[in-house]
Design a binder for this molecule. Structure first.
Ligand SMILES: C[S@@+](CC[C@H](N)C(=O)[O-])C[C@H]1O[C@@H](n2cnc3c(N)ncnc32)[C@H](O)[C@@H]1O
Length: 209
């Protein structure tokens, strides 16, 4: 689909800008800590989907240096930054729509703000594939902005480049998780101050196989 191509090109182009703004954002740390608490041990194999400049992987490895993390992103420039920022993880350029090409299994899958760039159909498929890639009791972390699909569409940043942004309905995502075989689901809502006047809620779901 054409809008995917444009979205991926934009992410590649704004990689450094994203690192400058979000590398050290701390507002999600409690949810990352909860993800870690649900993992069975300190050497857990973890897959990250849409790792950006490696901000989450860096945080996880600072807390648990022996986690075995394979971090992936569709944008080559994000992978280059992440390799530089987190030398002790493995990185691979990968589209989150192609998880079926991975032949390893994991105790945890981290997917921070990547499904806002996937259609509802591709998000369903990602959840299905994540369930296959997780070992028993494995944990999936998903974050997104809850909303109606009718609000989804192109948004432009300060450079004028566009990404296609998908809102996802939380009830629908929870239903998909349950249908795919995830059992307990924990739900966090984090307020994010987008500007002086605008605060939006960010939704985080932690689902255990
Ligand atoms: C908002 S950033 C999130 C980065 C990081 N996970 C975080 O939470 O700060 C979204 C990331 O998803 C990546 N991305 C977008 N579409 C993707 C896809 N189809 N497959 C894999 N990564 C994708 C982008 O390149 C970007 O690095």
């Amino acid at each position: 689909m054409e809008h995917y191509e444009e979205t991926h090109t934009t992410w590649n182009s704004i990689a450094q800008c994203y690192e400058d703004m979000f590398m050290d954002l701390e507002i999600y740390n409690d949810s990352y800590n909860r993800f870690c608490e649900l993992l069975p041990n300190d050497k857990a194999p973890i897959l990250e989907i849409g790792c950006g400049p490696g901000n989450i992987t860096k945080y996880l490895l600072q807390k648990h240096p022996n986690y075995q993390i394979l971090a992936t992103d569709v944008a080559p420039n994000m992978i280059s930054l992440a390799q530089k920022n987190v030398p002790n993880a493995r990185f691979q350029q990968l589209d989150g729509r192609h998880l079926h090409t991975i032949s390893e299994t994991f105790h945890g899958i981290m997917c921070g703000f990547t499904i806002p760039y996937l259609s509802p159909q591709d998000t369903d498929q990602l959840i299905k594939n994540a369930h296959i890639l997780l070992q028993p009791r494995g944990v999936l972390y998903l974050s997104f902005v809850s909303g109606n699909d009718t609000e989804s569409g192109f948004i432009s940043g300060s450079t004028g480049e566009r990404t296609y942004f998908y809102y996802h309905d939380t009830t629908t995502i929870k239903k998909t998780l349950t249908t795919q075989g995830f059992q307990s689901i924990e739900h966090f809502e984090i307020p994010y101050k987008r500007s002086e006047d605008v605060t939006e809620m960010h939704t985080i779901l932690l689902a255990q196989k």
